[in-house]
Design a protein around this ligand. Structure first.
Ligand SMILES: Cc1cc2nc3c(=O)[nH]c(=O)nc-3n(C[C@H](O)[C@H](O)[C@H](O)COP(=O)(O)OP(=O)(O)OC[C@H]3O[C@@H](n4cnc5c(N)ncnc54)[C@H](O)[C@@H]3O)c2cc1C
Length: 335
């Protein structure tokens, strides 16, 4: 006998790693639709991520614990997935070895999550922008591309840097969400025949890690800041020669012909650096995080669990309406 489809409907706005995680975690209990404005899922911050999943150098102890729990979820969910996306790997961070953590192949994560959502009867709609969000007596109403209305029992806003724009429609941008905007960043994808043997290395001036057997990812936080200060866009012509110099200075050679792509995006961020998960107004929930690749599977499960009436996370330190600490507390956590 065919399974009875869930009667409760859920729209997830945003098909980055965070929105896909929410949708996959909720897909067995809700009739889910993921809506994303981009041409494909994971095409904004998630597609420009260095995607090192880690619990290293996190400032608050609770944040480190959350990150560790998320690493466990990556390991277990990935191992059970049709297409695994997580590879535990030690990393050399500023010269010291960090055993805990690994790398996420975002494209595999995306395919696997979309597959899981669809297998449970859910839908993923790309090239569709939510242009208006409103609360209704029984849930929420979304306007798609300025013309089509969609009514659902619940909505989760997982729109990364665009989260405040959507919540502003409700007059409800919680202080912890703020502008949702962190520093701009880039990741360079390059060919390398020995990619599988490349170690994960992170440093302020130069970071590198394997992506597939043939591709590596390169990053430089210092170069991002330099280019920002000079007002230079993160184009391939600006980034490639300079990241090659950073690589050479770090003793890592990449040939000029080996550039594949430069992807850039603004990092989503919360006001105090801790993730935000929970209800904003009845029927409307939000999930937002810096280090979203690390935290996505855990935040997805927390968000899905909080969708039922009587939000079990109302007392959570991650709730959207939490008080924001004074200015002298750390505001930016390393990825
Ligand atoms: C250069 C760089 C390096 C990073 N390195 C790491 C790292 O090593 N480790 C780590 O854990 N994290 C890292 N991060 C952070 C991590 O990538 C992000 O936290 C994560 O990708 C955020 O995912 P998201 O789903 O919240 O946002 P996004 O991936 O930006 O997804 C949001 C989605 O919402 C959609 N959207 C927005 N508005 C609308 C609308 N109105 N209607 C429909 N759709 C909408 C967008 O199209 C987008 O696809 C890095 C980020 C960058 C940029």
């Amino acid at each position: 006998m065919a399974a009875v489809p869930p009667s409760r409907s859920l729209a997830v706005i945003g098909g980055g790693v965070v929105g896909l995680s929410v949708a996959a975690a909720a897909a067995d209990g809700w009739r889910v639709v993921v809506i994303d404005a981009a041409d494909d899922v994971c095409a904004v911050a998630s597609g420009a991520s260095f995607a090192w999943a880690n619990a290293d150098a996190k400032v608050a102890g609770s944040y480190a614990a959350l990150s560790r729990a998320a690493l466990d979820r990556h390991r277990d969910l990935s191992a059970a997935a049709s297409e695994p996306w997580y590879r535990p790997l030690p990393a050399r961070v500023d010269g010291r070895i960090v055993e805990e953590g690994g790398i996420v192949e975002v494209a595999a994560f995306a395919r696997s999550h979309v597959g899981r959502i669809r297998a449970a009867g859910g839908a993923v709609r790309t090239r569709t922008r939510v242009t208006r969000l409103a609360q209704t007596p029984s849930g929420a109403s979304l306007v798609l591309d300025g013309r089509q209305e969609l009514r659902v029992d619940r909505v989760v806003v997982a729109a990364g840097c665009d989260t405040p724009k959507l919540l502003a429609d409700l007059g409800a941008v919680p202080p912890a969400v703020g502008s949702a905007t962190g520093p701009r960043g880039f990741v360079v994808r390059a060919r390398r025949t020995d990619a599988a043997a490349v170690e994960v290395r992170l440093g302020e001036r130069f970071s590198v890690r394997p992506e597939t057997d043939r591709l590596i990812l390169l990053q430089s936080r210092a170069l991002e800041r330099d280019l920002d200060a000079e007002g230079v866009p993160f184009s391939a012509s600006a980034v490639w020669p300079r990241i090659r110099s950073e690589a050479a200075a770090a003793g890592f050679d990449v040939a000029d012909a080996d550039l594949v792509s430069v992807a850039s995006a603004t990092r989503p961020a919360t006001t105090d650096g801790l993730p935000v998960v929970g209800e904003v107004t009845p029927g409307v929930h939000v999930v937002l995080a810096h280090s979203g690749v690390t935290l996505a599977p855990l935040l997805g499960e927390l968000a899905a669990a909080g969708l039922d009436d009587g939000d079990p996370h109302a007392a959570s330190p991650l709730r959207p309406d939490r008080p924001i600490p004074p200015d002298d507390l750390p505001k930016e956590f390393p990825s």
